[in-house]
Design a protein around this ligand. Sequence first.
Ligand SMILES: [Fe+2]
Length: 136
Amino acid sequence: MSIAWDETLTVGDAAIDADHRCMMNLIAAIEAAATGPVDCAAIGRTLAELTRLTAEHFAREEALQRSIGFPDIDAHRLSHDMLLKRLDAVLAHYLDGGDDVRKGIIRTLGDSLATWLVTHIATNDMEYKPYMAAVR
Ligand SMILES: [Fe+2]
């Protein structure tokens, strides 16, 4: 898929929506490298930035969920933890690997992350949106 922000993905919190847009832009850069020219060092930096931003974003989102009394926070956090573990493992594998390993990762990673993030926002994140509206 070609990842792109659209207004149906807004959760209604400016910081969270801005995070989601930044994450999508980083994933789009990884997706573009799957079919275009590959700069392995640049994609490594993009992947490291995505991993850092994702960890910060999930902490921000979980704090928001606590503040609005979202009841399914534990299941939601599990979904976040699983992605973070995967990103950490992929980043380590990427940094340790040679160009063949890196190109192999680039071929499939962007598409898979795009599907995960859009599905997560459109289904899981939308579950806390009504709780936010209720307290604001
Ligand atoms: Fe989330």
